[in-house]
Design a protein around this ligand. Structure first.
Ligand SMILES: [Zn+2]
Ligand SMILES: [Zn+2]
Ligand SMILES: [Zn+2]
Length: 333
């Protein structure tokens, strides 16, 4: 049974989840070998837990081939949905049952290994699947936050290479998001404006960190990026909630994301990366000042002693230089 434990000094929650160690190539060894049977390929549906969502064009039955996208519970979840145990405190320490939801979005029935190679329709379907799961999980009162993220490439934490991403429902708002919300709230209290809208406006007039723009979205390298080629995509007008988008918006966002990944792939020969979607928490009144966005973090450097010791980052590539290079790499979609 996984467990949340709170660091009594920093207040940070950690998940202790021994189940995760049973994953294939769970990072305890160094093998990058893939399993003989890819559990995410069409025809191998029995290798995964039963699907919770699938897009099917024909009348094929659940957990059989015929799907274009599937969402399944993670076979080795970091958290579990049910628990007989109540929240517990261990005397001096604070702990909670590791309750949550951990799902995998299988983004293609074919053995595609790069998100940038999905066509626009398929990538739009991936975004719609995020929306569908976020809305469904968000309606469960136990969850305060739904986090969507992707690990692509072994260096970025992926154990299986078949294109996939993950959705997690959490009983609390994670620290990264809580910190962003705090900063955005302070700015809003001082200026009655959304901080992210102000960033978008600044970057559109400054232009040195701008990568590309579409009608509704802007792609930019942030002013103080932690990692080389860290890139954000934001809606240009104020919107706190990712999962409230229209099909049109997801189609446009998928074009932006695909274009950005292709630029990154052209510039960087091998591109392990992570992305996260930061949307407003399910409840609470953050919607006036929080602004959803995607953060894409190429995995070119590793957090080392300085980063662990200080919580700061040393980034050898200025965002102005990264954006200039990415602008020059038209993606020729
Ligand atoms: Zn596969
Ligand atoms: Zn805004
Ligand atoms: Zn963020």
């Amino acid at each position: 049974m996984p467990e949340f434990r709170k660091d009594p000094v920093t207040g940070r929650w950690v998940i202790i989840s021994s189940q995760r160690a049973k994953r294939p190539q769970a990072g305890l060894g160094h093998s990058s070998a893939q399993p003989e049977v890819c559990p995410f390929c069409a025809g191998n549906e029995r290798e995964t837990p039963p699907e919770v969502l699938a897009y099917r064009n024909d009348k094929s039955r659940p957990d059989r081939p015929g799907w274009s996208l599937r969402v399944v519970p993670n076979k080795y979840p970091a958290l579990v949905a049910q628990s007989g145990e109540a929240d517990c405190t261990d005397g001096f320490y604070e702990a909670r049952a590791g309750v949550g939801v951990h799902e995998v979005v299988i983004e293609s029935p074919e053995h595609v290994i790069s998100t940038g190679s999905l066509d626009e329709r398929q990538l739009t379907a991936v975004l719609r699947a995020y929306r569908d799961r976020m809305l469904r999980l968000g309606s469960d009162k136990r969850w305060r936050y739904i986090l969507v993220y992707k690990n692509e490439g072994r260096e970025a934490g992926a154990t299986l290479e078949h294109v996939h991403s993950q959705v997690m429902a959490l009983p609390h708002v994670p620290k990264e998001v809580a910190d962003e919300i705090d900063g955005a709230r302070r700015y809003y209290q001082q200026s009655s404006r959304c901080l992210y809208c102000t960033i978008v406006e600044n970057e559109r007039s400054e232009r040195t960190r701008l990568v590309s723009e579409s009608e509704r979205f802007i792609v930019l390298c942030p002013y103080a990026p932690r990692f080389p080629f860290e890139t954000w995509i934001l809606p240009k007008t104020h919107e706190a909630v990712f999962e409230r988008g229209s099909d049109d918006e997801y189609a446009e966002f998928s074009r932006c994301l695909r274009d950005t990944l292709k630029r990154l792939h052209r510039g960087l020969e091998k591109l392990p990366f992570n992305y996260v979607i930061h949307s407003a928490p399910v409840s609470g009144n953050t919607r006036r000042y929080y602004h959803w966005h995607m953060e894409i973090m190429p995995k070119l450097s590793q957090a080392a002693g300085f980063e662990w010791g200080s919580g700061s980052f040393i980034n050898p590539i200025a965002p102005e230089e990264a954006a200039r290079l990415l602008r020059g790499l038209a993606s020729s979609v």
